[in-house]
Design a protein. Structure first.
Length: 319
Protein backbone atom coordinates (compact mmCIF):
# COMPACT_ATOMS: atom_id res chain seq x y z
CA UNK A 1 0.00 0.00 0.00
CA UNK A 2 1.06 3.58 -0.59
CA UNK A 3 0.98 5.99 2.33
CA UNK A 4 1.54 9.14 0.42
CA UNK A 5 2.68 10.38 -2.95
CA UNK A 6 4.28 13.59 -4.15
CA UNK A 7 4.15 14.71 -7.74
CA UNK A 8 6.96 17.00 -8.90
CA UNK A 9 7.46 18.72 -12.23
CA UNK A 10 11.11 18.43 -13.24
CA UNK A 11 12.81 20.72 -15.71
CA UNK A 12 15.86 19.50 -17.62
CA UNK A 13 18.51 22.25 -17.64
CA UNK A 14 21.43 20.63 -19.45
CA UNK A 15 21.58 17.85 -22.07
CA UNK A 16 20.96 14.47 -20.45
CA UNK A 17 22.07 11.02 -21.57
CA UNK A 18 20.87 8.21 -19.33
CA UNK A 19 21.66 4.55 -19.62
CA UNK A 20 25.42 4.52 -20.06
CA UNK A 21 25.68 6.76 -23.06
CA UNK A 22 26.06 4.18 -25.79
CA UNK A 23 22.53 2.86 -25.97
CA UNK A 24 19.89 5.14 -27.43
CA UNK A 25 19.12 6.79 -24.15
CA UNK A 26 16.31 9.21 -24.70
CA UNK A 27 14.53 8.47 -21.47
CA UNK A 28 14.69 9.28 -17.77
CA UNK A 29 15.34 6.23 -15.63
CA UNK A 30 13.88 5.93 -12.11
CA UNK A 31 16.53 3.38 -11.11
CA UNK A 32 19.31 5.82 -12.01
CA UNK A 33 17.75 8.64 -9.98
CA UNK A 34 17.23 6.36 -6.98
CA UNK A 35 20.85 5.22 -7.21
CA UNK A 36 22.03 8.82 -7.14
CA UNK A 37 19.81 9.63 -4.16
CA UNK A 38 21.42 6.72 -2.36
CA UNK A 39 24.90 7.92 -3.32
CA UNK A 40 24.28 11.46 -2.04
CA UNK A 41 22.60 10.15 1.09
CA UNK A 42 25.83 8.27 1.82
CA UNK A 43 27.86 11.44 1.26
CA UNK A 44 25.75 13.26 3.87
CA UNK A 45 25.53 10.38 6.36
CA UNK A 46 29.27 9.80 5.89
CA UNK A 47 29.95 12.83 8.06
CA UNK A 48 28.34 10.95 10.99
CA UNK A 49 30.87 8.12 11.08
CA UNK A 50 34.50 7.70 12.10
CA UNK A 51 36.77 7.28 9.06
CA UNK A 52 39.96 6.33 10.87
CA UNK A 53 41.31 3.91 12.11
CA UNK A 54 40.22 1.22 9.67
CA UNK A 55 38.53 -1.08 12.20
CA UNK A 56 36.40 1.76 13.57
CA UNK A 57 35.44 2.72 10.01
CA UNK A 58 34.36 -0.88 9.32
CA UNK A 59 32.13 -0.90 12.43
CA UNK A 60 30.58 2.44 11.59
CA UNK A 61 30.01 1.45 7.96
CA UNK A 62 27.93 -1.50 9.18
CA UNK A 63 25.69 0.87 11.14
CA UNK A 64 25.48 3.20 8.16
CA UNK A 65 24.60 0.32 5.83
CA UNK A 66 21.66 -0.76 8.03
CA UNK A 67 20.43 2.80 8.21
CA UNK A 68 20.76 3.20 4.44
CA UNK A 69 18.98 -0.10 3.71
CA UNK A 70 16.03 0.88 5.88
CA UNK A 71 15.48 3.76 3.43
CA UNK A 72 16.67 2.40 0.09
CA UNK A 73 16.12 -1.31 0.55
CA UNK A 74 18.42 -4.29 0.00
CA UNK A 75 18.28 -7.66 -1.73
CA UNK A 76 16.11 -8.86 1.18
CA UNK A 77 13.95 -5.81 1.70
CA UNK A 78 11.95 -3.43 -0.46
CA UNK A 79 12.83 0.26 -0.44
CA UNK A 80 10.66 2.57 1.64
CA UNK A 81 9.69 4.53 -1.48
CA UNK A 82 9.32 4.24 -5.23
CA UNK A 83 9.96 6.69 -8.03
CA UNK A 84 7.73 6.81 -11.09
CA UNK A 85 8.43 8.93 -14.17
CA UNK A 86 5.38 10.12 -16.14
CA UNK A 87 4.15 12.61 -18.73
CA UNK A 88 7.37 12.81 -20.65
CA UNK A 89 7.52 16.01 -22.58
CA UNK A 90 11.05 15.20 -23.57
CA UNK A 91 12.69 16.86 -26.52
CA UNK A 92 15.51 14.75 -27.85
CA UNK A 93 18.24 15.42 -30.35
CA UNK A 94 21.72 14.36 -31.39
CA UNK A 95 24.62 15.85 -29.50
CA UNK A 96 28.36 15.30 -29.45
CA UNK A 97 29.40 14.84 -25.81
CA UNK A 98 33.09 15.54 -26.57
CA UNK A 99 32.80 18.07 -29.41
CA UNK A 100 36.55 18.80 -29.39
CA UNK A 101 37.16 15.20 -30.58
CA UNK A 102 36.37 14.39 -34.20
CA UNK A 103 35.21 10.83 -33.43
CA UNK A 104 32.57 12.24 -31.11
CA UNK A 105 31.60 14.95 -33.59
CA UNK A 106 30.97 12.22 -36.17
CA UNK A 107 29.08 9.97 -33.75
CA UNK A 108 26.73 12.18 -31.79
CA UNK A 109 24.62 10.56 -29.08
CA UNK A 110 20.89 10.86 -28.50
CA UNK A 111 20.27 13.22 -25.60
CA UNK A 112 17.29 14.65 -23.78
CA UNK A 113 17.55 18.36 -24.55
CA UNK A 114 17.33 21.37 -22.20
CA UNK A 115 13.87 22.74 -21.39
CA UNK A 116 12.31 19.28 -21.52
CA UNK A 117 9.90 18.52 -18.69
CA UNK A 118 8.64 15.39 -16.98
CA UNK A 119 6.72 14.47 -13.84
CA UNK A 120 8.47 12.57 -11.11
CA UNK A 121 6.31 10.93 -8.50
CA UNK A 122 7.70 9.83 -5.14
CA UNK A 123 5.52 7.11 -3.63
CA UNK A 124 6.18 6.49 0.05
CA UNK A 125 5.50 2.86 1.00
CA UNK A 126 6.47 3.07 4.64
CA UNK A 127 8.41 5.31 7.00
CA UNK A 128 11.27 3.36 8.52
CA UNK A 129 11.59 5.67 11.54
CA UNK A 130 9.23 5.80 14.49
CA UNK A 131 9.18 9.49 15.26
CA UNK A 132 9.06 10.88 11.73
CA UNK A 133 5.81 11.98 10.11
CA UNK A 134 4.94 11.71 6.43
CA UNK A 135 5.61 15.37 5.75
CA UNK A 136 9.13 15.20 7.23
CA UNK A 137 9.95 12.01 5.36
CA UNK A 138 8.66 13.44 2.10
CA UNK A 139 10.78 16.54 2.61
CA UNK A 140 13.87 14.44 3.32
CA UNK A 141 13.43 12.45 0.08
CA UNK A 142 12.75 15.61 -1.89
CA UNK A 143 15.94 17.19 -0.54
CA UNK A 144 17.94 14.12 -1.61
CA UNK A 145 16.37 14.37 -5.03
CA UNK A 146 17.32 18.06 -5.33
CA UNK A 147 20.89 17.27 -4.34
CA UNK A 148 21.10 14.51 -6.97
CA UNK A 149 19.66 16.68 -9.75
CA UNK A 150 22.09 19.48 -8.88
CA UNK A 151 25.19 17.29 -9.16
CA UNK A 152 24.00 15.73 -12.42
CA UNK A 153 22.46 12.53 -13.69
CA UNK A 154 23.41 9.98 -16.31
CA UNK A 155 26.40 9.87 -18.61
CA UNK A 156 29.10 12.58 -18.12
CA UNK A 157 27.25 13.83 -15.05
CA UNK A 158 30.42 15.45 -13.74
CA UNK A 159 30.83 17.48 -16.90
CA UNK A 160 27.65 19.57 -17.12
CA UNK A 161 25.34 16.76 -18.28
CA UNK A 162 22.06 15.85 -16.63
CA UNK A 163 21.51 18.91 -14.42
CA UNK A 164 17.84 19.40 -13.56
CA UNK A 165 15.65 21.30 -11.11
CA UNK A 166 12.21 20.97 -9.56
CA UNK A 167 10.33 23.49 -11.69
CA UNK A 168 8.41 25.43 -9.07
CA UNK A 169 11.27 25.79 -6.60
CA UNK A 170 14.25 28.05 -6.79
CA UNK A 171 17.67 26.47 -6.55
CA UNK A 172 18.66 26.90 -2.97
CA UNK A 173 22.01 27.11 -1.38
CA UNK A 174 23.31 23.54 -1.61
CA UNK A 175 24.87 23.68 1.84
CA UNK A 176 21.50 24.59 3.38
CA UNK A 177 20.03 21.58 1.62
CA UNK A 178 22.79 19.36 3.01
CA UNK A 179 22.22 20.75 6.50
CA UNK A 180 18.51 19.91 6.32
CA UNK A 181 19.40 16.34 5.38
CA UNK A 182 21.98 16.24 8.21
CA UNK A 183 19.31 17.30 10.69
CA UNK A 184 17.12 14.45 9.50
CA UNK A 185 20.00 11.97 9.81
CA UNK A 186 20.87 13.06 13.33
CA UNK A 187 17.21 12.84 14.40
CA UNK A 188 16.69 9.35 13.02
CA UNK A 189 20.01 7.50 13.17
CA UNK A 190 21.11 7.97 16.76
CA UNK A 191 24.47 9.05 15.31
CA UNK A 192 26.00 12.48 15.78
CA UNK A 193 28.04 14.44 13.30
CA UNK A 194 31.80 14.08 13.71
CA UNK A 195 33.65 17.37 13.90
CA UNK A 196 37.16 16.21 12.97
CA UNK A 197 37.42 14.06 9.88
CA UNK A 198 40.90 14.56 8.47
CA UNK A 199 40.82 12.04 5.64
CA UNK A 200 37.39 10.73 4.66
CA UNK A 201 37.36 7.26 3.08
CA UNK A 202 34.85 8.43 0.45
CA UNK A 203 33.24 11.75 -0.59
CA UNK A 204 31.40 13.27 2.37
CA UNK A 205 30.01 16.59 3.53
CA UNK A 206 32.29 16.44 6.56
CA UNK A 207 34.44 18.96 8.43
CA UNK A 208 38.09 18.82 9.48
CA UNK A 209 37.57 21.20 12.38
CA UNK A 210 35.16 24.02 13.05
CA UNK A 211 35.62 25.70 9.67
CA UNK A 212 37.60 23.66 7.16
CA UNK A 213 35.42 21.52 4.94
CA UNK A 214 36.16 18.31 3.10
CA UNK A 215 33.81 19.51 0.37
CA UNK A 216 33.83 22.47 -1.97
CA UNK A 217 30.73 23.69 -3.77
CA UNK A 218 30.96 27.11 -5.29
CA UNK A 219 29.14 29.18 -7.84
CA UNK A 220 32.12 30.24 -9.93
CA UNK A 221 30.44 32.09 -12.79
CA UNK A 222 27.19 33.99 -13.16
CA UNK A 223 25.22 35.34 -16.12
CA UNK A 224 26.41 32.60 -18.40
CA UNK A 225 23.73 31.80 -20.94
CA UNK A 226 24.35 28.84 -23.20
CA UNK A 227 22.60 28.72 -26.56
CA UNK A 228 24.74 26.10 -28.19
CA UNK A 229 25.85 23.25 -25.97
CA UNK A 230 28.38 21.81 -28.39
CA UNK A 231 30.16 25.17 -28.66
CA UNK A 232 30.06 25.61 -24.91
CA UNK A 233 31.47 22.12 -24.27
CA UNK A 234 34.17 22.59 -26.87
CA UNK A 235 35.26 25.82 -25.15
CA UNK A 236 35.14 24.04 -21.81
CA UNK A 237 37.41 21.17 -22.88
CA UNK A 238 39.85 23.35 -24.80
CA UNK A 239 39.85 26.30 -22.44
CA UNK A 240 39.56 24.63 -19.04
CA UNK A 241 40.17 20.87 -19.03
CA UNK A 242 43.22 21.01 -21.32
CA UNK A 243 44.77 23.72 -19.15
CA UNK A 244 44.24 21.59 -16.06
CA UNK A 245 45.93 18.66 -17.84
CA UNK A 246 48.95 20.81 -18.66
CA UNK A 247 49.42 22.24 -15.17
CA UNK A 248 51.39 19.85 -12.93
CA UNK A 249 50.03 21.35 -9.74
CA UNK A 250 46.41 20.56 -10.60
CA UNK A 251 46.63 17.70 -13.05
CA UNK A 252 45.76 15.21 -10.28
CA UNK A 253 42.18 16.50 -10.38
CA UNK A 254 41.53 14.75 -13.68
CA UNK A 255 44.24 12.08 -13.82
CA UNK A 256 42.91 8.58 -14.14
CA UNK A 257 39.45 9.95 -14.74
CA UNK A 258 38.54 7.37 -17.31
CA UNK A 259 40.30 4.46 -15.62
CA UNK A 260 38.49 5.17 -12.37
CA UNK A 261 35.30 5.09 -14.37
CA UNK A 262 33.12 3.96 -11.49
CA UNK A 263 34.45 6.40 -8.96
CA UNK A 264 32.98 9.82 -8.74
CA UNK A 265 35.17 12.33 -10.53
CA UNK A 266 37.23 14.59 -8.30
CA UNK A 267 35.79 17.58 -10.16
CA UNK A 268 32.13 18.16 -10.78
CA UNK A 269 30.83 20.92 -13.03
CA UNK A 270 27.15 21.86 -12.89
CA UNK A 271 25.14 24.44 -14.77
CA UNK A 272 21.88 25.76 -13.31
CA UNK A 273 19.97 28.87 -14.33
CA UNK A 274 22.84 30.65 -16.03
CA UNK A 275 25.38 29.88 -13.29
CA UNK A 276 28.33 27.52 -13.33
CA UNK A 277 29.14 25.60 -10.15
CA UNK A 278 32.37 23.81 -9.34
CA UNK A 279 32.31 21.02 -6.74
CA UNK A 280 34.88 18.67 -5.29
CA UNK A 281 35.33 16.38 -2.28
CA UNK A 282 38.55 15.75 -0.38
CA UNK A 283 38.83 12.01 0.29
CA UNK A 284 41.41 9.28 0.15
CA UNK A 285 39.83 7.17 -2.57
CA UNK A 286 41.74 9.15 -5.10
CA UNK A 287 45.36 7.98 -5.18
CA UNK A 288 46.67 11.52 -5.36
CA UNK A 289 45.03 12.61 -2.09
CA UNK A 290 45.92 9.66 0.12
CA UNK A 291 47.23 11.81 2.93
CA UNK A 292 45.63 14.51 5.13
CA UNK A 293 48.61 16.77 4.35
CA UNK A 294 47.41 17.00 0.75
CA UNK A 295 44.44 19.07 1.88
CA UNK A 296 46.11 22.37 0.98
CA UNK A 297 47.07 21.10 -2.48
CA UNK A 298 43.42 20.27 -3.02
CA UNK A 299 42.18 23.62 -1.71
CA UNK A 300 44.74 25.71 -3.63
CA UNK A 301 44.12 23.66 -6.76
CA UNK A 302 40.40 24.43 -6.63
CA UNK A 303 41.11 28.15 -6.37
CA UNK A 304 43.33 27.85 -9.43
CA UNK A 305 40.59 26.07 -11.36
CA UNK A 306 38.07 28.69 -10.27
CA UNK A 307 40.35 31.38 -11.71
CA UNK A 308 40.68 29.40 -14.95
CA UNK A 309 36.91 29.24 -15.30
CA UNK A 310 36.56 32.94 -14.65
CA UNK A 311 39.09 33.83 -17.31
CA UNK A 312 38.30 31.00 -19.70
CA UNK A 313 35.95 32.87 -22.03
CA UNK A 314 33.48 30.06 -21.47
CA UNK A 315 30.37 32.10 -21.97
CA UNK A 316 31.33 34.46 -24.76
CA UNK A 317 30.51 32.36 -27.80
CA UNK A 318 28.00 30.26 -25.95
CA UNK A 319 25.64 33.20 -26.11
Amino acid sequence: GVMESTDLLIKVITPTIMGGGFGQSDDIRPSEIKGLMRYWFRAVAGSFIVHFPEDKLKQDLKILKQFEESIFGSTQKKASFRIIIKNHKLKTGKLSHLPHKSWSKNNPLTAVLPDSHYNLEILIRNIPFGKVNVKEYKNFLKNLLKLSLFFGTGFRKNRFFGNMIIESEKVENIENLVNEIKTFVSNTSGLYEKKKTLLPAFPTFSFRNGKEKNFYIEKVLDNCHVNNWENFLENFYKGIIHKIEKDHSIRFFIDGGIRNFHKYSLLNFSYIDGSIYLSSFFHKNNGSLNNPKKYNDWKNGLNKIKTLINSGGLCTNGR
